[in-house]
Write a new protein. Structure first.
Length: 223
């Protein structure tokens, strides 16, 4: 299991500067878990006792409004890390994490994570980069919600999705597995029906093709 964990960790941005011995040390500290779809990993307000690393699957980070409506902050995939902010602040969870698919995760306890930050400067540097990137993305999302119409927000969402999780096919197209229309709606503040209608309009109007659960986007649109 340690060797499998090491193979995963070396692909994770947070640990990408570590040497083999450092990776093995981190791997020995992790614990593996498998979850079915729609499993709540933690809720906003829960105590924060570990950081999560996604081996396979998708995880949704969600907040709820006072009237109970859900808003998806982001959907994370393999190789990404979450749950670290509450550990750094020594506070409770600020959002809810739910598996979007069957998922395999690694966890690292608060105590071990903090020790790694103190002993391994490379991890601290990468963590600052991750937090800075998330802040920029959060600012961009808030601006789009404030100033863009629904079509603009959906277009921005699909382009970000392709940039973050898409696979370049080498023929001028990028393919990405599309979240459910309901999940997209919860991410951009609209209804599922509106998302379905606009995606069909996008397919007719510019470089976007839907096939089953996958969306193909012209690579030039991501520049």
């Amino acid at each position: 299991m340690t060797e499998m964990s090491t193979g995963l960790l070396e692909k994770v941005f947070l640990f990408s500067e570590l040497n083999d011995e450092e990776l093995r040390r981190v791997a020995r500290l992790t614990h593996s878990h498998s979850y079915t779809k729609d499993t709540v990993l933690f809720r906003a307000g829960d105590p924060a006792d570990s950081v999560y690393i996604i081996a396979t699957g998708k995880v949704k980070i969600v907040i709820s409004s006072p009237d109970g409506k859900e808003f998806i902050l982001t959907i994370l995939g393999a190789g990404q890390v979450f749950g670290e902010m509450a550990l750094l602040e020594e506070s409770t969870r600020s959002a809810t994490a739910i598996t979007g698919t069957k998922s395999d995760l690694l966890t690292l306890s608060r105590k071990d994570f903090n020790r790694l930050l103190e002993s391994t400067p490379a991890i601290s540097r990468k963590l600052l980069s991750i937090l800075s990137s998330r802040l920029r993305r959060a600012n961009s999302k808030m601006q789009s919600l404030a100033y863009m119409d629904v079509a603009g927000r959906l277009a921005r969402y699909l382009l970000d999705l392709a940039s973050d999780h898409g696979q370049k096919l080498g023929n001028g197209w990028v393919v990405v597995r599309r979240p459910t229309h309901s999940d997209i709606a919860h991410s951009i503040g609209t209804s599922r029906e509106t998302v379905s209608r606009l995606i069909n309009e996008f397919e007719e109007g510019f470089g976007l093709v839907n096939k089953g659960k996958f969306t193909y986007i012209q690579e030039s649109l991501l520049d």
